[in-house]
Each structure stands twice: as structure tokens, then as C-alpha cells.
Ligand binder design. Structure first.
Ligand code: XIL
Length: 347
């Protein structure tokens, strides 16, 4: 069975097309987070659909320190190399996610010996890790999420949140760890676009205010920071508002480019299949978000956090929610898929 042909026949207005072809016509990287077990698994639909439908990709987990950084001075590149090869073979832009994060940190760090590593040594180890990773994929990873989710969620009173000081990297290096991480990444690949990435910062509000101030200050210090990633883990009913536009605008006015790095739009299912109304609602959200990206030359990528509901992280992490991606569990395009096509064609 040729899946890509099936998708092409049923997409958009019935003309033979794919997200990938529309993305290429736009000159926009449109991609998906890749589940490496599925890519190497026994279902050929996964790789076929990925290469037919997207001109960009990112690893859902494989590039995280928990997977690569297996000892203080020891790295395992077997899976990351596999994805880099897949991307190159298929002419896809590769995003790197992520170098510095308070979650999915190296496992050895939480072992007894890891916990005993002095702070000054940790700084050197992180520098070496960033240099090694970025240099290895130099010229192959176009955009790096250098720092992920450094800012707290706002408290119920809505006070502007600060840095996650409990992060192992903040504890070891102090607040300067962000600037350092960007500088080290830039040293290893001066051509890579370096991003700060976070969630629930699409709108104006206390958390995006905090991120705005952080990035503005980093830029004022001359830190090599080029982009902001809006993760886009959204709920059904979400729409683009004037506040979203104003928020994107204030970041681009700092001279930053931006990307939608992890979009999925989840709906409440509680075990039931999605209703046509829910799917139509979701399609609207995806269409508006895609339009926001394609109408702004500073939007440099649109990445879904997966592509088929078969492998979405949502049901495991948000109980009762699901159906968040543009294709269903059988890889069939949902209304959201057609909506993204429509927005990409500019209709
Ligand atoms: C998630 C993955 O999808 C899961 O498979 C993993 O178990 C946990 O991480 N923000 C991010 C991503 O930056 O790295 C997260 O990915 C989702 C939220």
C-alpha cells in the first residue's frame, strides 16, 4: 500500500499534493517530532508518511541529554546519528532539541557519584557536552533549542515568574548558565540558529513577559541568541488573537526569528472517539496558527509534536485527552491536516 499516494489523493481540495510539497513551495520548514522506536519499528507507514509529508523533523526524545549524555564524559550518538542520517537522506531540515533543560537531564547526574560532582566541574562538563553535540551536527542541525523551559509557570496571583532556580544547571552555574550555553553552542557552530524554547508563552501574559525580559537582557549582553520557540501545546478551542500577534511582534522587534516548535492541539475524549465538531474546532486552531506562521517572514519553522495520533505523548501525559495531531491513529488525514494545507496554500 502506498500511503503517501493515499494522503495525496485526499488532501486539501482533492489535487495531488502533500504538506511537504506545499511547505516547499512556501520555503517553510514544516515538520514533526520523531519517535525513534516507531521510525525503526516494523510499521513502514511511519517512515513513509514522515518523508512524504514533511521537509523538517526533530527528535521527540533522542537528542535530550538523558539519552545522549550517558556518563560525565561519555556520549551515545547511535540514535541521534540515525535521525541525522534520515533527515539528510530525505532532504529534511533538522532541529536539535534540546541542550539545556531541567528535565530529562543525564541519568548519571542523579546517581550517587553524579550528585557528588562539584559545581565548578559540572560547568566544564556542560561546556564540553554542548561543544561536542553542536560540533558533531555542525551544518546538519539548522536550529538548536539551546535552552528549554528556563522560566517558572506563573503563580495563581499572576506575579511575573522567575528562573527555575532549582534546575541542576542553575544550581551549578548560577543564572549565567543561559548566556554560557548560547555562547558555547555558537562557538561550536557559528551558523546554527540558536533558540530559547518554552510553553504557554504564545499569548501576552506574565510568563511571556518574563521570557521577553530574559531574552531582551541576553541580547543586550551580546549573547548569540537568534530565535524564540513557541512550543504550542494547545487545547481545543484555541484561536489566534490580537494578543498573540502582539506577543510575536514584540519578540521579532528584538530582532529575533521564531518558530512553532511542538504544536499539538488536544481535545477532551474520556475514552470516546473525537466528534466531528471537535475535529472541526481543532482544524480551525491549526489553520489559524499555520496562517500566523506563513504570513510572517520571521517564522522559520512549523513543527508538530508528532504527526499521527498513534504515537502522541498526550494520552500518557494528560489523562482523558488526545487526538491532538493532524493524522489519526491509522495515518489518515484529519480535518486539521486539510486545514494546514489550506493555510499553507494561502487560501
Ligand atoms: C515530551 C515527550 O513527548 C515525551 O515522550 C517525554 O516522555 C517527555 O517529553 N515540552 C518539551 C518536550 O520541550 O521535550 C516534551 O516532550 C513535551 C513538552
Amino acid at each position: 500500500m502506498n500511503i503517501s499516494t493515499d494522503l495525496q489523493r485526499s488532501s486539501a481540495d482533492g489535487a495531488a499534493t502533500s504538506l511537504r510539497r506545499l511547505a516547499e513551495a512556501r520555503g517553510l520548514p514544516v515538520g514533526a517530532a520523531v519517535n525513534m522506536a516507531a521510525l525503526g519499528g516494523d510499521d513502514p507507514r511511519y517512515a513513509e508518511t514522515l518523508r512524504a509529508e514533511f521537509n523538517a523533523c526533530v527528535a521527540e526524545n533522542a537528542f535530550k541529554p538523558s539519552e545522549v549524555w550517558i556518563g560525565p564524559r561519555e556520549y551515545d550518538f547511535s540514535v541521534t546519528d540515525r535521525l541525522a542520517d534520515f533527515a539528510a537522506e530525505n532532504g529534511m531540515l533538522l532541529r536539535g532539541h534540546t541542550l539545556v533543560w531541567h528535565q530529562q537531564t543525564p541519568r548519571w547526574l542523579s546517581s550517587e557519584s553524579g550528585r557528588g560532582v562539584p559545581a565548578e566541574e559540572l560547568s566544564g562538563l556542560l561546556r564540553k557536552y554542548i561543544h561536542t553535540m553542536v560540533a558533531r551536527y555542525k551544518g546538519r542541525i539548522a536550529q538548536w533549542d539551546v535552552v528549554n523551559e528556563a522560566i517558572h509557570d506563573p503563580d495563581p496571583e499572576g506575579a511575573t515568574p522567575g528562573l527555575r532556580e532549582e534546575s541542576v544547571w542553575h544550581r551549578a552555574l548560577g543564572p549565567d548558565y543561559l548566556a554560557q550555553a548560547f555562547r558555547w553552542a555558537h562557538e561550536a557552530d557559528p551558523d546554527a540558529r540558536l533558540y530559547y524554547n518554552d510553553y504557554e508563552i504564545e499569548d501576552l501574559g506574565p510568563k511571556s513577559d518574563a521570557v521577553y525580559t530574559l531574552l531582551r537582557d541576553l541580547l543586550a549582553q551580546g549573547v548569540p541568541l537568534h530565535g524564540i520557540g513557541f512550543q504550542g501545546h494547545l487545547l481545543n478551542g484555541w484561536r489566534v488573537t490580537e494578543a498573540h500577534r502582539a506577543n510575536v511582534r514584540r519578540f521579532t522587534e528584538l530582532g529575533l526569528e521564531w518558530a512553532v516548535t511542538e504544536v499539538d492541539i488536544r481535545m477532551r475524549l474520556d475514552g470516546a472517539p473525537p466528534t466531528p465538531e471537535q475535529l472541526a474546532d481543532q482544524a480551525e486552531g491549526y489553520e489559524e496558527l499555520t496562517r500566523l506562521c506563513v504570513t510572517d517572514p520571521q517564522c522559520r519553522a512549523l513543527i508538530f509534536w508528532g504527526f499521527t495520533d498513534r504515537y502522541s505523548w498526550i494520552p500518557g501525559f494528560r489523562k482523558g485527552w488526545g487526538a491532538s495531531l493532524p493524522m489519526d491513529e491509522e495515518y489518515l488525514p484529519k480535518p486539521a491536516y486539510h486545514a494546514v494545507c489550506k493555510a499553507l496554500t494561502g487560501k
